[in-house]
Design a protein around this ligand. Structure first.
Ligand code: FE2
Ligand code: FE2
Length: 270
């Protein structure tokens, strides 16, 4: 197969991102890229349109709506995930082990923030930026920020809240491009809705703009399914910046305790 070197590098997040990869990761990425190229069907248009996606949503026999969190939907194997009982006073690390695992994408993005020497508030934001997707997907920046707001530094909350919106807007200064996967998820002719445009305008001029923007940069380059990840490099950062409640997450009466309880008990009917 002929390899389009530029397209390959672009799919991996650019030359700078490739330079950070180990030889093993590069070999895996190349294999993954070739597989994808092979699977691309010549008969089908490469990306759906907004109208195509809306038509797909008309299918009422789907196993779940697109916005259902990962804990509430079938996996690629057509099965729900096993729900293990949580410790009585669960910590953030317990949620990573029992509810967010494998959490590969967020751990990869936090790793990238760590190895590129970013602030600890940003590393923590990367670690937490998508964990709420286990609960719910639409507007996950806002939901995700709300989930952790009582426990993390203000800059971390800010970064999580606005990373979702900034994902739709390229910023060449930071090396952030519009994600190719969004053509597939949102449609090739998708234009971000006015509330996203407005939020972008506001965040762009905010003194903390770099915090959510750096989350998006790490986000873009953290979809290597074969990456080996662990929470261990982040335990000290969590200890320093995440205020674990004595009663355990879910049981501390914070404004988001109910969200943690729903993660503990996704099978409760009410
Ligand atoms: Fe996200
Ligand atoms: Fe992400």
């Amino acid at each position: 197969m002929e390899i389009d070197r530029r397209a390959l590098f672009k799919s991996l997040g650019g030359a700078a991102a490739v330079a950070l990869m180990t030889p093993d990761q590069k070999a895996d990425a190349l294999e993954h890229y070739m597989e994808e190229q092979l699977n691309a069907s010549a008969d089908e248009p490469e990306y759906p349109t907004v109208a195509d996606l809306a038509a797909r949503n008309e299918d009422l026999t789907r196993p779940a709506r697109n916005g259902a969190g990962f804990l509430f939907r079938q996996g690629r194997d057509g099965k729900l995930r096993k729900i293990a009982p949580m410790p009585a006073k669960p910590s953030l690390e317990d949620f990573f082990e029992y509810r967010f695992a494998p959490a590969n994408h967020v751990l990869q993005s936090a790793n990238r923030a760590l190895t590129t020497g970013m602030d600890e508030e940003i590393i923590l934001a990367c670690l937490l930026h998508d964990v709420v997707l286990n609960l719910i997907r639409p507007d996950h920046g806002w939901w995700g920020a709300q989930l952790v707001e009582p426990y993390v530094p203000e800059k971390t909350t800010f970064a999580i809240r606005y990373h979702q919106c900034l994902r739709f807007f390229p910023d060449t200064e930071y090396g952030y491009e519009y994600p190719e996967s969004y053509f597939r998820s949102f449609g090739e002719d998708y234009v971000p809705e006015p509330y996203l445009q407005k939020t972008h305008e506001w965040v762009k001029n905010h003194k903390w703009y770099k915090y959510p923007r750096l989350v998006t940069v790490n986000d873009l380059y953290s979809f290597d399914r074969n990456a080996k990840v662990s929470i261990d490099p982040f335990r000290e950062i969590i200890a320093r910046h995440f205020k674990q409640p004595e009663e355990g997450l879910g049981w501390d009466d914070s404004p988001s305790a109910h969200m943690w309880r729903t993660l503990i008990w996704p099978d409760r009917r009410l």
